[in-house]
Structures are given as structure tokens and as C-alpha cells.
Design a protein around this ligand. Structure first.
Ligand code: NAP
Length: 291
């Protein structure tokens, strides 16, 4: 079994990005600038946003954290989006999800200028991804693709089962894995909570991407020998032995499943760090597009 080490891979990619930033600066350009908008006080969101800001610092990007109270009106948030769209000093920005329930997420995502949409959530970028045109790929699926590529994981002709069909993970993952490229050329089955024969499908899978948000859902008896298992799940589980009071659990029963796998990602240290590094890659791309 080979561990797909997202942490080590992300560090390698960060070094590569830092070199590119130095090149940009040597040519007289300013470094890439990412803004992150955080609405409200969601603890997990704050952790994710802080990790993104810290990653920017590590590679020499500028970053700006824009915080707004949880009771901000939708129109005020849309006004902020407008300002970010027209600010020439910001190359790309993200609106950390989820947003408070009184705000229509769709309206906000639609208002983002696709050129600055480094999360790749705007319908224009999603459409371009589906058509195989240049675009910003959503960070988590892009990070998984990069990890598969860097470990030369065989994908051509493989049957991949994606568990979950969310717009940010499962659905784009299924699109990317079926593309006529490497990594890709899989035969993809996308599954969800109404799928009736999930265990059976998983047992047939050469590659399983578990992205449903149910801790340790994927058990050894659902995985065939030699399968590749990508664990996207991150759930905070209460753990009084930890200083933070919680531990992170993936969607895969790692202890049971890993022995059967040819490749597997750990949680933490697998898909999570690759997601952040993909956002950096998109922001670097956004900067280059402005030059
Ligand atoms: P989501 O929006 O809640 O979507 C979950 C998907 O899983 C839905 O499509 C749902 O089906 C499906 N599902 C739920 N129970 C299922 C079951 N028993 N069998 C089959 N499918 C089932 O979640 P998400 O945003 O995609 O995130 C999924 C997990 O990944 C979460 O733990 C999240 O924290 C984590 N995540 C990690 C990263 C990272 O960087 N590592 C990034 C993003 C998300 P329906 O559509 O029928 O409801």
C-alpha cells in the first residue's frame, strides 16, 4: 500500500509556486494577491480561511482576510463582491462557504467575476470545466487530480465510484475523472444518498472517491483488493484528549481499508493540504492572466 501523502506533495508544490513568485517579482511584477471573505463566526470556516492565508504567506503571495458579521445583508455582501471584482490589486478571491442561511449562496457566487473566481464555483468556470476549456478548476477535485498525477496512479480504463454529488467535490470530481486525459479516462459512477446498491458498486470499483461527510463510512468489506481510495471527508469529532477538543475524521475506515488498497490518502494530511495548494495554483494563474 502506498500512502498518497498530500502534505508532502503540497509542500513540494508550494516550493514550486514560491519559485514562480520570485520569477514574477524579478520581472518587475507584484506577487499574486488572494482575498478571502469570511462571513460570521463558524469555527471550521475560520480554521480553513486561516490555513489559506497562512499558505499564501508561505509562498510569497499577498493575502487579505475580509471579515463580515454573520448578520450582513445579502445586498451588502453583493456590494463587497462588486468592490473585489473591480479592485485591480486583487487577482482572485474566495467567499468561504457556507454562508449564513439568510443569504442566497447562488446569488453571491453568480456575482463573482469569473476571472477572479479562484474557487472555480462560478457557472462559467463549471461550464468550461465540463467542456474541457481553460478555467479555474474547483480546488478539492483539482488537488486530487494533481495527487493522482504526481504518484502516477493508473486511471485509464479504471472504474471509479464517486460517493457524493456536491457541486464542490463529487460532481466536478466525476467530470474530471472521465475526461479524455491523464489523470482521467475512467469509467465513472457517481453515487448519492438515494443510490440503492452502493456497497456492490464500491466492491466493483478500481478507484473510490469518498466525499459524503460521514465519518468512517467506507468499510473494508466495501473495497476490493488493490483499489485506490481517496478520502475527501473531514468531520470534526469530539475528542477531549486533544487540545482543540476535537479530531478530524475522514469518510474512510482507514485502519480497516488501508491494508486492501494499492494507494490511499490519509486524513488529515491527504486531500486537505492539496485543496489549499490548488487554490494557490489558481491564484498564481489569475495573476499571470492579468499580466
Ligand atoms: P455535501 O454537500 O454534504 O454532499 C454530500 C454528498 O454525499 C451528497 O451528494 C449526498 O447525497 C451524499 N451522501 C450522503 N450520505 C450518503 C450515503 N449514505 N451514501 C451515498 N451518498 C451519500 O458535502 P461536500 O461539501 O461534498 O463534502 C463532503 C465531505 O468532504 C465533508 O466531510 C466535507 O467536510 C469534506 N470536504 C473536504 C475538503 C477537503 O479539502 N479535504 C473539501 C471540501 C469538502 P445527496 O445529494 O443525495 O444528499
Amino acid at each position: 500500500m502506498i500512502l498518497l501523502d498530500g502534505l508532502a506533495t503540497s509542500q513540494q508544490i508550494k516550493q514550486e509556486i514560491a519559485v514562480e513568485v520570485q520569477h514574477l517579482k524579478a520581472q518587475g511584477h507584484r506577487p499574486p494577491h488572494l482575498a478571502a471573505v469570511l462571513v460570521g463566526e463558524n469555527g471550521a470556516s475560520l480554521t480553513y480561511v486561516n490555513a489559506k492565508v497562512k499558505a499564501c504567506e508561505e509562498v510569497g503571495f499577498q493575502s487579505t482576510l475580509v471579515r463580515r458579521d454573520g448578520d450582513i445583508s445579502e445586498s451588502d455582501l453583493l456590494e463587497l463582491v462588486k468592490e473585489l471584482n473591480s479592485n485591480p490589486d486583487i487577482d482572485g478571491y474566495i467567499i468561504q462557504l457556507p454562508l449564513p442561511t439568510h443569504i442566497n449562496e447562488h446569488n453571491v457566487l453568480l456575482a463573482i467575476d469569473p476571472i477572479k473566481d479562484v474557487d472555480g464555483f462560478h457557472p462559467e468556470n463549471v461550464g468550461r470545466m465540463a467542456l474541457g476549456l481553460p478555467c479555474y478548476l474547483p480546488a478539492t477535485p483539482a488537488g486530487i487530480i494533481e495527487l493522482l498525477k504526481r504518484y502516477n496512479v493508473p486511471t485509464v480504463g479504471k472504474h471509479c465510484v464517486v460517493i457524493g454529488r456536491s457541486h464542490i467535490v463529487g460532481l466536478p470530481m466525476s467530470i474530471l475523472l472521465q475526461r479524455n486525459s491523464y489523470p482521467g479516462n475512467c469509467t465513472v459512477t457517481i453515487t448519492h444518498s438515494k443510490t440503492t446498491n452502493l456497497n456492490e458498486l464500491c466492491r466493483q470499483a478500481d478507484i473510490i472517491v469518498a466525499a459524503l461527510g460521514k465519518p468512517e463510512f467506507l468499510k473494508a468489506d466495501m473495497v476490493k483488493e488493490g483499489a485506490v481510495v481517496i478520502d475527501v471527508g473531514i468531520t470534526r469529532m469530539a475528542d477531549p484528549s486533544k487540545k482543540s477538543g476535537f479530531r478530524l475524521a475522514g469518510d474512510v475506515d482507514f485502519a480497516g481499508v488501508s491494508g486492501k488498497c494499492s494507494f490511499i490518502t490519509p486524513v488529515p494530511g491527504g486531500v486537505g493540504p492539496m485543496t489549499i495548494v490548488s487554490l494557490l495554483m489558481n491564484t498564481l494563474e489569475a495573476r499571470k492572466r492579468q499580466i
